[in-house]
Design a binder for this molecule. Sequence first.
Ligand SMILES: O=C(O)CCC(=O)C(=O)O
Length: 241
Amino acid sequence: MPDPSSDATAPPDNAPADGGLLGAAGYRTLHQWAPPATARARAAELVTIHRSSLREVVRNPHADEEWAQTLVRAPLLVNTVRDLIGPDIAVENTFLVVKWPGRDFEVPWHQDGINDQLELDPLHAVAAWIALTDADVTTGCLHVMPGSQRAGYLSYEREAATGAARGRALGTHVSPDSRGMPVPLAAGSGILMDTRLVHCSHSNQGVGARFGLNIRYVAPGGIRRRDDSSPGLDPITGTGW
Ligand SMILES: O=C(O)CCC(=O)C(=O)O
C-alpha cells in the first residue's frame, strides 16, 4: 500500500498535529445544510422517480441532476469543507444511496478515499454523507469506527457479484460482527469524514425509504491516480483547476 501522503502538497496551515483534518474521532456532524423540510421534499421527489425501479445506487448525480448540483454547492457545506481543505474545492464523485424499506442492502465496511482508480490525500480531501431523509439505526444510518483513520488506508477487496456495485469490503482490521458507532442524522444534516475513516451501513428495517448522498470533495493536489483513468472534477470554488 503506497504511503498516502508521500506525494502530497504541503498540509494546510490548519492541519492538526495528529494528521487528521477532523481530529481524533475522524468525523464531524454538520447541522442544517438545508432546512429538514427542504431535504424531505427533495427525497419525496426522488422516491417518485426511483420507486418503480427500486434503484439503490445512482452514480454521480451531481453531473446532471439539478438537485444534486445544488446540494454539493450548499453554502454551509461548501464553507465547512473550505475551512478544512482550503479555498479551492471540487467534487470528485457523488453517490446517491437509496435504502428501500425491508430490502437487504448492507454497505460493507470501507474507506471513501481509496479504490482501484485513485487514492485521496486525507489532508486535501474530505468525504461527506448528506441525509435527505432521517437516518437512524432502524432505517440504516452510517456506522463509523471512531479514530480508524489513524491506521491509514487499509487493504481492501471487492465484494463478489451484486455487492460490487454497492461498495467495497475491507479485508482487514474490522471484526465481521462489529457494528461500530451509529451516527443517526435528521434530514438536512450530514457528516464530514476523514477519507480514511472506516464506516458502513446496515439494511433499512423501517417503513420509509432512506436517501443519502455521499460526496467526495478535493483540493488541488488531493488525488493520486492509481491507474491511467482520468476522473472528471466538478470545480465548486477557486480557479486553480
Ligand atoms: O449511504 C449509505 O448507506 C452508505 C454510503 C457510504 O458509505 C458511501 O457511499 O461511502
